[in-house]
Design a protein around this ligand. Sequence first.
Ligand code: PHE
Ligand code: FE
Length: 296
Amino acid sequence: MNATPARVEHQLTDKGYVPVYTTAVIEQPWSTYSTTDHEVWATLFARQREVLVGRASDEFLRTQASMGMTPDRIPKFDELNKLLRKATGWELIGVQGLLPELDFFDHLANRRFPVTWWIRKPEQLDYLSEPDLFHDLFGHVPLLMNPVFADYMAAYGRGGVKAHGIGGEALTYLTRLYWYTVEFGLIKQADGLRIYGSGIVSSKGESIHCLESNAPNRIGFDLERIMRTRYRIDTYQKTYFVIDSYEQLMEATSPDFAPIYAKLDTLPSIPAGDVLQTDTVFNHGTGEGWLSDGDV
Ligand code: PHE
Ligand code: FE
């Protein structure tokens, strides 16, 4: 099925203004991918696998290799689903674009990961402002093979449904957590800092920048600190947060967030580039190249 869903409205999200679609789930129209689509996948796949050696976390590289994703063709969701279901009970569902928040949380809570079915154009290899198949599949799906990370993502979905019910700023705090972990997280391995965030692993420039540039801050994971920290949607991040392990992520996020949200309501948000006295600092960023406004 290759449904063209109706656009209902534009919504301001992490990715700027994006259309929100009514048709939720679309079967991956695999036979309609063009030669160019497969070539874009091949180019990006080969390029990122090379960039990520020694930069992505061992677990990311291992799980990705275990899924049988190859450069020669866009993977079929059905084939990946057999492996995912067996490993962690997750499955992929095809979508046209970003979903309404509650739908997204409900899918995650039920171990369904929405993957954008279409892939970017050849002139968009380095940047596009909304998630596409490459970002979703290459970036997000591998760690769903890891049982601890898989549980974290489902817990996040349940937490999202709950935060949606609480209202106020709860979703803002939760979105910052997603941003600084799932999308832009770093992890400390015995042999140094590595990337696990999907927004980084699907970007060649940021994969190098986040680890090798002196400009950004690299700071130890701290739940409440992260939930107060604004972020960038249009440039590389000013700050990356470093976890010790996926278990740490799971444990730190297991308490009831309702009292934490209430406490955060009494505290100011933190600009994306600030370093606090209480931070565990791996790198105090030089701030080179930073724009002074534009945090969200
Ligand atoms: N513990 C959170 C809550 O009570 C749920 C959650 C788990 C959120 C994991 C994010 C990640 O809301
Ligand atoms: Fe993403």
